[in-house]
Design a protein around this ligand. Structure first.
Ligand code: SAM
Length: 220
């Protein structure tokens, strides 16, 4: 079950900025296919995604406008604090792009890995705070139950891999930086429904975005 938390960080300009949802964006169709169809991640979709994000990589840092970080920080602060204490050893930011928020994430975990399928993105991750790895979230290069946290900021949800790789008591941090206007968007309830097994969690909005933190429950 997802518990909604009150909003404590308003949008920077003081008003709601959401317009129409990005339902027609090609990445929205991929998001829903991957989350709800076990065979949704096809070679054709993989190739489409790599081509798109390789082409966007050189300009990706221009998205780092002041305020975009607010839902990520709120999720990492209030979200992680609101679920029962989880390990803080190994976190993976999947679909981390050029690692715009690696420093903030690395402060909260002993080890952070930034994993992305796009070589053109991952090669731009700044050295130092995180371990950049090129790979596909549909087949995470980690042992069963190895992850304390899987962080997904505007990134696809691969439910079967989350179920396999996140350990008991581990968390999924889900952030959409422009809420329902984000092309890669699912509501907190949709993430909850898509995840196999037993999870609970909290959700809220911050700035222009939405976030949820889902904790894999331990025991009955
Ligand atoms: C919308 S961008 C978000 C980047 C970053 N999280 C941010 O918000 O600035 C999505 C990222 O996910 C990566 N990606 C897409 N599918 C992936 C997959 N199957 N495995 C790993 N990375 C993937 C893309 O290459 C891209 O860098």
């Amino acid at each position: 079950m997802i518990t909604e938390l009150p909003i404590v960080i308003e949008a920077p300009d003081g008003k709601a900025t959401w317009g129409s949802a990005a339902v027609d964006h090609p990445m929205r169709a991929v998001t829903r296919a991957v989350a709800f169809d076990p065979d949704g991640w096809t070679p054709e979709r993989q190739a489409e995604v790599v081509t798109l994000f390789d082409s966007l990589a050189p300009e990706w840092t221009s998205r780092d406008v002041a305020g975009r970080e607010l839902p990520i920080l709120d999720a990492l602060d209030r979200g992680l604090a609101a679920v029962a204490p989880a390990g803080r050893s190994l976190a993976v930011e999947l679909g981390g792009g050029t690692g715009l928020y690696s420093a903030a994430m690395a402060e909260r975990f002993a080890t952070l890995v930034t994993l992305d399928i796009s070589w053109e993105m991952i090669r731009l991750v700044p050295a130092g705070r995180t371990l950049p790895v090129q790979g596909d979230g549909a087949g995470l290069p980690f042992a069963d139950g190895a992850l304390d946290a899987l962080i997904l900021v505007n990134m696809f949800l691969f439910p079967a891999e989350v179920e396999r790789a996140v350990g008991p008591g581990g968390v999924v941090v889900w952030v959409n930086s422009r809420g329902p206007e984000t092309p890669i968007h699912l509501t907190a309830d949709e993430v909850d429904r898509a995840l196999p097994g037993a999870w609970d969690g909290v959700a809220s909005r911050a700035g222009w975005g939405t976030w949820s933190v889902h904790r894999r429950t331990v025991g009955p």
